[in-house]
Design a protein around this ligand. Structure first.
Ligand code: G6P
Length: 612
């Protein structure tokens, strides 16, 4: 969480910083600030959204200077407030920093620094880091040496942009466990938490590694590794367009990303199918290895975890290997039994979720083989996993995931087929049927998101806007879809909702059903349709208002039991979840709109959760 950006060149820094921060707001948006170097540090920071800051400094025009750092915050240490916002300037005004991450030992460091004359005005860990840097700078007389010494004392994660009052033409940036990129311009250079922040100005970037530092001016950049040795870095060229990270005429990123799903799925699936076979590029998993694994864990957070829950059904069915989906935050502390005979699949859009990354490192250290399903290229999880399969969904900006989720699910199918083929557990017939169905998914998603269908879903959403409690029920593969549908509704529409395996209703939750309670019944697993309908009847008998979701061929059947229904095209049974989730994403979107919520930036959330 939190986004940082830095600029040094010939242009006025502040407008560029604001522009960059606008692209990073998905990382946190409870306050924002900039520090520009002109005659000295000129800091402007304010609680609330970036537009407040922008208004305050006249879109950046009010701040002179060609060197600056900026920050958009998701509060960890101290409430969102002007004082707690970044940048933070150290006691004697020599150091100003922006920081993404958490300094875990900040209290001990603060005590030490206070004994050594440093004073604090905020509750943040970042102000401690600023003062530590200043303290060490005052001792060493050199910022680089001070930063190298600071990294030995700072515990936790950080990407920092550091300005020093004695260096009006230079910036230093350091990174550990939080993302940081360096962008090369012509007579100007940049740092940022993510590519979209600087893509307008340069496509030439370096993804910094943990422990790296970069000391740069407008015309030069010197990189150092964790040992303090100078290293040369070869820049990578970003090939995607900035428009991929802009709204492109849609009112919200979420709606745009819902519409991007057909294309995203094409990108994920098509290049991986060659001559009627699934090819997963660099994947190094062999038949021998697969024959010797006894368990697969799928570890992730949030929606990615629900993809893992789907993965259990899909992989077990196809590969006949036991699969256990586990929340990363639980996996870390449950002493998992891991070894060479365990495959740990890690799923993450951002590739930087703190718990997921820690679980991956734990799995690596215990000798398990790890495979990442990741969207952000070059991210920490992509780098740390033994194998990585990218989802290629393109940048996802809305906090609530849609296209990343869908592409993760597609990779799960590809992986299951790939492994099933190696193991010989998937018949040629079934393999071909899945392959065929998978290639049709993008077109079928298009059919779900036509204007006409979305208008129907929007009308249903208008009727649902005042429901305080919603229950999602479904069986088998419909069960994780319910969990994801329910999460979406909570996240962006602030509606209390629960997802239950339909068979579990009678073991408790049915006592919560009252007249007009909204129950959303997902009944897309053909062989369990009747059983789910029995559960629907049970809740209807207690007054529930039921919205059904099923496949087109079941229209006649479902209309007999539910109050309203949504239909999706039918596909191969294992792939059906890819279609079922689409109307639920749209439903949450329209309920959020109807309730006047900030769809893309829901309260208290951030897209990249880089804290435990
Ligand atoms: C946050 C996001 C979710 C996401 C989860 C895991 O909670 O809002 O959309 O599923 O983090 O993030 P990851 O980047 O690891 O997929």
């Amino acid at each position: 969480m939190c986004g940082i950006v830095g600029y040094l060149g010939k242009q006025q820094a502040a407008p560029i910083l604001l522009d960059g921060l606008a692209k990073l707001e998905y990382r946190g948006y409870d306050s924002a600030g900039v520090c520009v170097f002109s005659d000295g540090f000129c800091v402007r920071k304010t609680e609330g959204r970036l537009r407040n800051l922008s208004t305050q400094i006249d879109g950046g025009a009010a701040l002179q200077g060609n060197l600056g750092i900026g920050h958009t915050r998701w509060a960890t240490h101290g409430a969102p407030s002007d004082i707690n916002s970044h940048p933070h300037v150290a006691t004697n005004g020599k150091i100003s920093i922006v920081h993404n991450g958490i300094i875990e030992n900040y209290l001990a460091l603060k005590e030490f620094l206070m004994k050594n004359g440093k004073t604090f005005v905020s509750d943040t860990d970042t102000e401690v880091a600023a003062n530590l840097l200043e303290y060490l700078y005052e001792q060493e007389g050199d910022l680089l040496r001070a930063a190298q010494a600071a990294t030995k004392q700072l515990e936790g994660s950080y990407a920092m942009g550091i300005l020093c009052i004695d260096r009006p033409n230079a910036m230093l940036a350091i990174k550990k466990d939080s993302p940081l990129i360096f962008g090369f311009g012509e007579g100007e250079n940049f740092i940022a938490s993510d590519v979209p922040a600087i893509l307008k100005y340069t496509r030439k970037v370096v993804y910094l590694n943990d422990g790296d530092m970069v000391d740069f001016t407008a015309d030069s950049a010197v990189f150092y590794n964790s040992l303090g040795e100078k290293v040369s870095k070869t820049p990578e060229m970003i090939t995607w367009e900035l428009s991929a990270a802009e709204k492109g005429g849609y009112p919200h990123f979420m709606l745009k990303e819902i519409h991007e799903q057909p294309k995203a799925l094409c990108r994920t699936i098509h290049p991986r199918i060659k001559d009627g076979k699934v090819c997963l590029g660099d994947l190094t998993i062999t038949e021998d290895y697969l024959r010797n694994i006894h368990r697969i864990y799928i570890v992730a957070c949030g929606s990615a975890y629900y993809v893992g829950c789907h993965g259990k059904y899909i992989l077990e069915k196809i590969c006949r290997i036991p699969v256990e989906p586990v929340l990363a935050s639980e996996f870390r502390y449950c002493e998992p039994v891991l070894g060479e005979d365990t495959l740990v699949i890690i799923i993450s859009q951002s590739g930087e979720t703190a718990d997921t990354l820690a679980a991956l490192r734990q799995a690596n250290s215990l000798g398990a083989r790890t495979l990442g399903i990741v969207n952000v290229v070059g991210s920490a999880i992509a780098k740390a996993a033994n194998d990585v399969v990218y989802t290629w969904a393109g940048p996802e900006i809305a906090v609530a995931t849609t296209k990343a989720y869908s592409t993760q699910l597609s990779v799960m199918y590809l992986l299951a087929m790939y492994m099933g083929e190696l193991l010989g557990t998937l018949s040629r017939e079934e393999y071909d049927a899945m392959l065929d169905a998978m290639q049709k998914l993008p077109e079928q998603i298009e059919q779900i998101i036509t204007d006409e269908n979305l208008a129907k879903i929007s009308a249903i959403a208008d009727d649902c806007r005042d429901n305080h409690d919603v229950f999602f029920i479904g069986r088998n593969l419909d069960s994780p879809t319910c969990m994801e549908g329910s999460l979406k509704l909570k996240e962006i529409a602030y509606v209390h909702s629960e997802a239950y395996a339909a068979g579990e209703l009678k073991h408790g939750p049915i006592s919560l059903i009252e007249k007009d309670t909204l129950v959303i019944a997902v009944a897309c697993v053909a062989e369990l349709f009747d059983k789910t309908m029995s559960n629907v009847k049970e809740v209807k008998a207690r007054g529930a208002n039921v919205l059904g979701l099923t496949t087109e061929d079941m229209e006649e059947e479902i209309r007999k039991t539910v109050d309203r229904y949504i239909l999706v095209p039918k596909t191969h049974p294992l792939l059906q979840p890819s279609l079922n989730i689409i109307p639920l994403q749209a439903l949450s979107y329209y309920v959020a709109l109807a309730r006047g919520c900030d769809v893309d930036n829901p309260r208290n959330l951030a897209k990249s959760v880089t804290v435990e």
